[in-house]
Design a protein. Sequence first.
Length: 489
Amino acid sequence: MSGPGIAQDSGFSSLQMQGVEQITIEVDLDGAVDRLSKGVQFPTISNQDRDDFDTKAFDDYHAFLVEAYPNVHKVLKREILGDPRPYSLLYTWEGTDPDLPPALFYAHQDVVPVPEESRDQWNQEPFSGAVADGYIWGRGVLDDKNQIHGMLEAAEMRIAEGWQPKRTIYFVFGQDEEVGGPEGAKYVADVLEERGIERFAFVLDESAPLIPGVFPGIPDNTALIGIAQKGYLSLELAMHGIGGHSSQPPEESNIGILAKAITKLEAAQFPYRIHEAVRHQYRYMGPELDEAKQPMYAAVAFGKDGEMTDLEKEFIAEMAGNQVTRAMLHTTIAVSMFNAGIKDNVLPPSATAVVNFRPMPGDTPEVIIEHVRKAIDDDRITIRDISASTPATNVANPDSDAYRALEKTIRQLWGKDLIVAPFFVIGGSDSKHFQARDFAPDVFTITGIQLESMKEFAGFHGVNERILVDEYGKTIGFFYQLMDNLNDL
Ligand SMILES: [Zn+2]
């Protein structure tokens, strides 16, 4: 197919899966809720200061999982990995057919801290794991412990029934996703690569939950499946000069010089382009949206890299008007830290800033550093890569049995009254350490839980993080059913 004209002639037809029967999976909800509630009570926090790391919280959480999920710990092999600190869990569930490429289910154990000043805004103590008003509350209950526990509950049920997967299934529960995963996910990916796994048939990790309005401008209930993730790079910009007394300031201060450089950098945005994952996204989403805009979405879906039609330009103009959708169009520049000075009458001898970039494919650290150098055009400023940078990932294929197995499972649990579409993840999670490598291009990311509204999504890293008890039952059913559906790949 080529060009929007042809797309329109072909009707820009819906790709939403039809004819899937919704099913109900019986789970021991009271027991499962109790186990998740207890899991939330372990403060497995990832602090920005990596020396501030509560090893006991992780050790105790691991011991609790052993006790709470006896079948899993009888049948699956468990390894505790990580470098230099081993707190990530790798479980191997041998399949009946060792020749089939394996599947991997990913989730992370760590949670973001609860800032002291936000504690009084919580309706329940953040690490109490309270079950109240139909919800399970607590830091990490949504991000991402409901996924760990959902997977383990499902495996526990399957094992009790005497079921064994055809393909080997790995569970990987990382320890430091919230700080980029350098000790956990990256190391586990290294280990699995060294073991000679050629290619995973399917990798699942967290991303957006099912929510009405999760994608800007689309009020419908939507299940977005991440198929590609942006990269990550943080640069420190520093101005080292001479300090002095504020009574006799030089014409330019270190702070002033650095501030000018930052202003120039923010004015030099990376150009917009349409990523392959965005084309896939609009191929699936477009036909479900406003009919008047379908020619534009078709132009995006069937457009070609290196060419830019008027309709694609229109799309870019529209998407650039919203900061969420704008981020999917280019490498973003976010000035996140600025440090200088200790006293009102002392000129600081240096000033530093940190700029975080989320790169598009091809924007390597070298390309970005060159861009920054040119933009600020000031040799006095030094530039240093301070991140464990990761490149933008491969793109998983939505026109694949793996994607279809996932969509089918979503519809089996949550029905037909929702849009299911692939999308380009503007953030990223631990599975980027897998998806950036050749052995795991087919990473699909979605958090398998239904939220009521975008208001609840604010609990993600915010206050009053909670999930509905009844929806947690469906999460368990989702993993239970997905394990079986993966047998058909
Ligand atoms: Zn998360």
